[in-house]
Design a protein around this ligand. Sequence first.
Ligand SMILES: [Fe+2]
Ligand SMILES: [Fe+2]
Length: 424
Amino acid sequence: MLKRIRTQDLTLGMFLHEFCGSWMDHPFWRSKFLLQDSQDLVRIRKTSIQEVWIDTAKGRDVAPSTVAITREQADAAIDNAFSQLADMPTFQAPPEALQPQPDQPPTSMQEELVRAAEICRRAKSAVVSMFHEARLGRALEVPDLYAMVEEISASVARHPNALISLARLKSADDYTYMHSVDVCALMMALGRQIKLNDTQLRTAGMAGLLHDLGKARIPLVVLNKPGKLTDEEFTVVRNHPVEGYRLLLQGGMQDAAVLDACLHHHEKIDGKGYPEKLNGSTISLIAKMTAICDVYDAITSDRPYKRGWDPSESLRRMAEWSHTHFDLQLLQAFVKSLGIYPVGSLVRLNSGRLGVVIEQTPDSLLLPRINTFFCTISDQRIPPEVVDLSRPGCTDKIAAREEREHWRFADINTLCMGMEPLPW
Ligand SMILES: [Fe+2]
Ligand SMILES: [Fe+2]
């Protein structure tokens, strides 16, 4: 049986099933193992992760008096929270910050995907050269970056999901660079959801683009190491917010909010983050936003040594971690901006068909458009067919999320775009 317990209640002999936090937050290569080494116990308690799942069928159980949550209890709490989400008012930025956002003529997803592909290509090359210059110790070209942020902003305004969906398709090798582009777009989608004004949206996008600049100072052998990090390596990695802040100052960055997001995007609301152990009341809005967008992109992305999680599953895990990690109101707004089943989620319909979510629909978080391609009843592929669950008269609906790992469809990313994989 799976139980969620506090890390302080972990003991040797327990089977660690999963950390309740992103893999950026711990130095272990695997998250499933029998705890036999007291040093591992010390290292786990030194991380910013406060809770873990243990499997009591494979290792020691907790004492009966210890606080523990079962998988069923955790799932029921998330189902309950998500089912109420549509009726809950979305957190909004303070009224003095509000001003109308420019009306962009909306475009279809397919139309915007074509434009977004070109923007992604150019944004990636801008980020590659930015990291390259930072490695060489040269200054940032801030005006060029603002032009890039404007383009990403305009794409998100024309269609909120197109560029985000494309950036998700990054290869494991492109992660470091496309992660910056993706977090930039996610920040702007979240910013629009909470009604930031134009200036704040630009700042949010820039914060996303630059938040991990400090990773340019991490040796590549450590940054891309496909194994457990040593304590020294983990310390180097955890220093990237401070390094990034320093590089931005050196480059003449004057936007205090961008500097703040870079320095504080790994802070947590329970005060266990880094580098300054700020808490919910002292972390700024922009840093809280960056933390959410950063973790979502990290856990949904494929890495050389780890497959990304399904988007809807990722949102559920983040909801589970929110009481220690994220600002809950902002996380709710984030889920509203992406949908409870974001583009790319693999789902099973009542009819027995499997499909990937290809687009959100305006009025429901639970009724997206889905590209169906497999029948679980006949257990075989079927010709792809797009089903709009929000269409009047549509009787099908989502029965369950499905695990990508279980099905391992090689062409799932192509199916979720309705187009060929993009060459970057
Ligand atoms: Fe980071
Ligand atoms: Fe990041």
